[in-house]
Design a protein around this ligand. Structure first.
Ligand code: HEC
Ligand code: HEC
Length: 207
C-alpha cells in the first residue's frame, strides 16, 4: 500500500471524515473543510494539527488520536495532496482508494462483547465518547449506557442518529449487521456505576 493510499484509508478509519469535508470524499461539518488544506498550509502545520490539535486552538473539539508516527505521516501526506485540484488532475490513487472505500462491505464480527469493544475502538467512536474516564467529549459519556437504553434503540440510533435524536451531529457510519449487534452488546454491558464513571447522560425528552 502506498503512503498516500494508507493516508486515505486512515482518513476514514480514524473517523476524520466524520468531522471534515473533502470534496468528493467526505461530508463532515464539525471541523474546517480540508478540500484545499494542502494548498493552504505547510506540511509541518498539517502534521502538528493531527498530533496536537490544541497547538493552534486551545479549546478545539478535535481529539488527539494518539496515532503512531507512520500513521501520522500517511495522513499528513494524504492531506498535503488535497489542493482542490485533485478532482480534475489528482493522483489516480485517490480515486482508487475512494472506490475501494465505497465498495467495501463492513466486516462481519463475532457476536461478543469483546468484538463490540474492539469495533468501538476500530471505528474511532472513542474520538467523541468517553467510557470510564478515557475518550473524547463531543458526544455523551457512555460509561453506564447499558442502564439507559434498550438494544433496539441503540441499533436504530446507530443506523441513523437523526431518526431518534433530531439534529444529532453524530456521523453516520457503515456497519455490518453483526457489527451493529456486537456494538449494542458491548454498550449494553456498560453498567458499572462507580464514583468515577457515574456521569449519566440525560438526553432531551423524545417527542
Ligand atoms: C470531532 C471532530 C473532529 C475529528 C474527529 C477530527 N477533526 Fe480535525 N479538526 C476539527 C476541528 C474543530 C478543527 C479546527 C480546530 C479548531 O479551531 O478547533 C480541526 C482542524 C484540523 C486540521 C487543521 C485545518 C486547518 O485548516 O487549520 C487538520 C489538518 C485536521 N483537523 C485533520 C484531522 C485528521 C487527519 C483527523 C483524523 C485523524 C481529524 N482532523 C479528526 C475537528 C475534528
Ligand atoms: C464526531 C463525533 C462522534 C463520533 C465519532 C461518534 N459519536 Fe456517538 N454521539 C455523538 C453525539 C454528538 C451524540 C449526541 C447526539 C445523539 O444522541 O445522536 C452521540 C450519541 C451517541 C449515543 C447515545 C445516543 C442516545 O440517544 O442514547 C451512542 C450510544 C453513541 N453516540 C454511540 C456511538 C458509536 C457506537 C460510535 C462509533 C461507531 C459513535 N457514537 C461515534 C458524537 C459522535
Amino acid at each position: 500500500m502506498t503512503v498516500l493510499r494508507r493516508g486515505a484509508a486512515l482518513f476514514h478509519a480514524s473517523a476524520c471524515y466524520g468531522c471534515h469535508r473533502i470534496e468528493g470524499v467526505s461530508n463532515g461539518k464539525l471541523g474546517p473543510e480540508l478540500t484545499r488544506v494542502g494548498a493552504k498550509w505547510p506540511i509541518e502545520y498539517i502534521r502538528e494539527s493531527i498530533v496536537f490539535p490544541k497547538a493552534n486552538s486551545p479549546l478545539t473539539i478535535m481529539p488527539a488520536f494518539g496515532l503512531g508516527n507512520e500513521d501520522v505521516t500517511a495522513l499528513t501526506v494524504y492531506l498535503k495532496s488535497q489542493t482542490g485540484e485533485n478532482l480534475v488532475r489528482g493522483p489516480v490513487t485517490q480515486y482508487d482508494s475512494l472506490k475501494e472505500w465505497k465498495a467495501r462491505k463492513p466486516a462481519d464480527v463475532p457476536l461478543t462483547v469483546a468484538a463490540g469493544e474492539k469495533l468501538f475502538r476500530d471505528m474511532a467512536c472513542n474520538a467523541c465518547h468517553t467510557i470510564n474516564g478515557a475518550g473524547g467529549k463531543i458526544g455523551p459519556d457512555l460509561s453506564v449506557y447499558g442502564l439507559q437504553r434498550a438494544k433496539e434503540y441503540m441499533i436504530q440510533h446507530h443506523i441513523n442518529p437523526r431518526s431518534v435524536v433530531g439534529g444529532s451531529i453524530m456521523p453516520d457510519f457503515d456497519y455490518s449487521v453483526s457489527g451493529l449487534e456486537a456494538i449494542a452488546l458491548y454498550l449494553s454491558s456498560l453498567k458499572s456505576l462507580t464514583a468515577d464513571n457515574a456521569v449519566v447522560y440525560a438526553p432531551a425528552k423524545q417527542q
